[in-house]
Design a protein around this ligand. Structure first.
Ligand code: GLC
Length: 557
């Protein structure tokens, strides 16, 4: 067996240094973009309070530009009491003093533009904080104009919550009005996160103004939190229950025990997104929704044409475990139905890191790279989560749990903290993240090989491999601009053609022959042993993706 290396046909992370490419342009620029999610609180602290901040993001933008990404998605940095670490907003137009100031935002925005990076602000429209002025007024004045900004309902006949809806974070999705009216308010997350009433057109007006303000201040787009939420069944009917729930269950399992047809995934939300699109159309902002659905048709409706969201995260793939056959089938279904509006990712701040979820260690990293490379050949945006480019596994959390979903539901519950550890910039005791004695989320030190300092200096690091992969769309625009041709589909593997490019994604656990790559120049392989020639036949190793370019003669054939 002959391994194909740099000698003529193959290219990999080493060699072929990416050439800086111009910023993507045109109205559809986002279709070719690679984004990077910054979990702001854990990226870089500059003021020594142990919490990452906007100035820290500015400081590290050059690192992101060097990686080659186009978009930086910043998790919420608005004023917030922090019950859900910023996803409980008390003022959408103010910066949380713990994370900086509006001046810091301005500097971040100017620096990003200089470096050719675009910024996505994470907007949280399903709910506010209970400390938001709107909610305070809604409680203080039940007959006033803000009451109808939220979802209120009378109690059930027995005095209990109005229906069987549950919160993602445990317990019922209803809490009694602190103002003493006897009504309940709805919260699909914490009681401190009351749900907004999107049936009230005033709420849209408020958000249109908020979105426009951020665009005018330099935002290029938005990640929309819980975009599959927002509207509710006007009759507030019970959700069908799929299985019994019991007290010791994890809140995520309790939530999954119901079919969420009345509290989430509503057709009315798709109608609303037309208004979102109109609200920012003249400012060119790109809207990308968080879309936690298993219903590809509903997903398609939310991104369906130029009147809906530009794109949405395919959490059905991004959230799952290593399931090669299902993953390929599901990705192809989204590809076929979603108008190029998929945003692909293998992890984010809400779940176990991909390396750990896919088996840990070298195996987990190999699988992560194979799947991410393959996603980059599908229509839509590709996102990388902070630290993924270093191959980080789940963090070992020392000390107390921060994630409210776990902290409030008893000892030993799985927590999202594992994905939120401070970024390991260096081998300093504080990881180069903070000068505080301990970071807000205290995690086990990491070996030198996992730090950014080490990996950006090393010619064979995971970071270099990511940089090479991230640059593929720039160097070979056919990867996102040419028609997507499904050339072959097997159990856990797929071959895609895009003009002269051939992408073979083999997520299965056995090598496959890949005639589509015969005679091709190998542009990228997700693992060094990914492609080989055996008696004149090209093979792609298990759990690897290979991108090749066939010659003009072969295209013509
Ligand atoms: C989204 C966020 C998550 C947050 C939740 C409530 O799913 O990604 O971090 O806890 O919404 O806002």
């Amino acid at each position: 067996m002959q391994a194909l290396t740099q000698s003529g046909r193959a290219a990999g992370p080493e060699g072929n240094e990416p050439v800086p490419a111009p910023r993507l342009s045109g109205a559809d620029w986002w279709r070719g973009a690679v984004g990077y999610e910054v979990y702001v609180r854990s990226f870089q602290d500059t003021d020594g309070n142990g919490v990452g901040d906007l100035a820290g993001v500015t400081k590290r933008l050059a690192y992101l530009a060097a990686l080659g990404v186009d978009v930086v998605w910043l998790t919420p940095f608005f004023a917030s009491p922090g019950f859900d670490h910023g996803y409980d907003v008390s003022d959408y137009l103010a910066v949380d003093p713990m994370l900086g100031t509006l001046d810091d935002w301005d500097e971040l925005s100017v620096t990003a533009k200089q470096l050719g990076l675009r910024l996505f602000v994470d907007i949280v429209p399903n709910h506010t904080s209970s400390h938001h002025e709107w909610f305070r007024q809604a409680v203080d004045d039940p007959t006033g104009p803000f009451r109808d900004y939220y979802v209120w309902a009378d109690s059930a006949a027995d005095g209990g919550p109005p229906n069987n809806w549950v919160s993602h974070f445990g317990g019922p999705a209803w809490t009694m009005d602190p103002g003493g009216t006897g009504q309940y308010y709805c919260h699909l997350f914490l009681p401190e996160q009351p749900d907004l009433n999107w049936a009230n057109p005033k709420v849209m007006e408020e958000f249109a103004a908020i979105l426009r303000t951020w665009c005018e201040r330099g935002a290029d787009g938005f990640r929309i939190d819980v975009a599959h939420g927002l509207t509710k069944d006007p009759e507030l009917r019970d959700n069908p229950q799929l299985r019994q729930v019991h007290e010791s269950m994890h809140p995520m399992d309790v939530f999954a025990s119901f079919q969420h047809i009345y509290d989430l995934h509503r057709h009315e939300t798709a109608v609303l997104f037309q208004q979102w699109r109109e609200a920012v159309a003249d400012l060119g902002a790109v809207l990308v929704g968080e879309m936690d659905t298993r219903d590809v048709d509903r997903f398609a409706e939310y991104v369906k044409d130029r009147n809906a969201l530009h794109a949405a995260f395919v959490l059905q793939v991004g959230l799952s475990d290593w399931e090669p056959a299902t993953t390929i089938t599901t990705m192809l279904e989204y590809q076929a139905k979603s108008n190029g509006g998929a945003a692909w990712e293998v992890s984010n701040h809400d779940q176990a890191r991909a390396v750990s979820r896919y088996g840990g260690g070298e195996l987990g990293l190999r699988r992560t790279l194979a799947l991410t490379t393959l996603m980059g050949a599908f229509d839509g945006m590709l996102f990388i989560y902070q630290g993924e480019e270093l191959g980080l596994p789940d963090a070992e959390v020392l000390g107390h749990i921060e994630d409210p979903m776990s902290a409030r539901n008893g000892e030993g519950m799985w927590s999202r903290d594992v994905a939120r550890g401070p970024m390991p910039w260096s081998t300093d005791p504080d990881k180069g993240f903070t000068s505080a004695a301990v970071a807000w989320l205290h995690t086990e030190p990491l070996p030198a090989e996992l730090t950014a300092d080490f990996q950006t200096d090393s010619p064979h690091s995971t970071w270099r491999q990511y940089r090479f992969m991230v640059g593929l769309r720039k160097r070979y625009p056919a990867l996102w601009q040419s028609d997507f041709e499904l050339l072959e589909q097997g159990v856990g593997h797929v071959t895609i053609g895009r003009n002269d490019l051939r992408i073979v994604g083999n997520l299965s656990n056995a090598p496959i022959s890949a005639p589509a790559l015969d005679g091709a120049d190998i542009i990228f392989q997700s693992a060094t042993d990914a492609v080989s020639l055996v008696q004149g036949v090209t093979w792609v190793a298990a759990e690897a993706t290979v991108v090749g370019r066939i010659t003009a003669r072969l295209v013509a054939d």
